[in-house]
Ligand binder design. Sequence first.
Ligand code: NAD
Length: 339
Amino acid sequence: MIFKDITKTNFKGIDISSHHEFDHEKVFYYEDNKIGIKSLVAIHDSSKGPAIGGCRFKEYNSFEEGLNDVLRLSRGMTHKNNVAQIPFGGGKGIIFKETNKSNHLLKSYANFLNLLEGQYISAEDVGISLEDIRFIKKYTEFVFDNIDPGPYTAKGIYYVIREAIDFCFSESLTDKKISIQGAGSVGKKLAEHLANDGAKIFISDIDKSKLENIDNPNIRCIDDAFSFECDVFSPCALGAVFDKSSIKSLNCKIIAGGANNQLQDSSIADDLHHRGIIYIPDILINSGGAIGLTKDLMKKNADETESDLMNIAYRVRECLTESQEKSISPQDTLKELII
Ligand code: NAD
């Protein structure tokens, strides 16, 4: 078994602290050959409290691709917590998907968390379910096992889309066309909220089984949500969906979705702004999950939590107003909070 603080090392041929995504406190590597687990945890900033963030179980083409992901995602968590005024730091875990997920693998990840002694508290992310986290909880205290953050994230995005439509068109959601990419924990719940409020929802998923059992007259399943003509496009699958080439096929007026790190790089925010598409920054819109996860630790009751979720939409309105007044992209209005 290997457990190593790789922050100031040259690891697998990479000088970690010189990496272009690195501005972190710590990066840890864990490996157990007997189990077949290789994992990274990045702690971006713990000045406001222990680092929190989900664990992702995903195939990566190389160690560097995984490192890139964990560094970007953990920084995003710090920014998200800052923007949502959540007094926790930003962190992220990834497990390189090289074998099938098994109880042995999850137990071994729990061992990694124990070795970190609470510097990082893990929730689920893509490839890791709440059920997995509940299993991991048998072996470590350093997980959030009481809450599925997806519905909280979805509720926050729902409030934001409602607010953004009011801001842009001075209209309600009724008959607005909203296209959602990804019918997972966030996308499906978001579709329900919006459809129940009268919006016309068009949803896609590469896993067709996720589209089964959708029974709402306002929700239609489609093959490609990305280029679908709509008022709002909501990316709720994986990140980095917007790059110089892909944004040419967008057919929407507003982008408001839950996926993390949606822009391949920050210059895309300006490209979207110049194309007249309002891009609501992911760190601003998808903080509902972090609000849900930390509500018990923060001793918030249901009403206070709901009002925290609604506050995301008020912050979005402030951001859109400033963006309009200064003729800058919404992303640029957050510069002071995310540096
Ligand atoms: P999930 O794994 O439950 O759902 C993602 C869905 O997207 C899956 O059904 C998958 O099949 C689908 N998908 C993947 N690629 C696709 C593509 N190209 N086109 C269409 N569908 C595709 O994940 P989730 O919890 O719903 O999270 C969705 C996104 O939101 C992720 O990027 C996640 O990091 C981010 N996020 C989630 C939360 C949360 O609370 N769950 C919080 C913040 C951010």
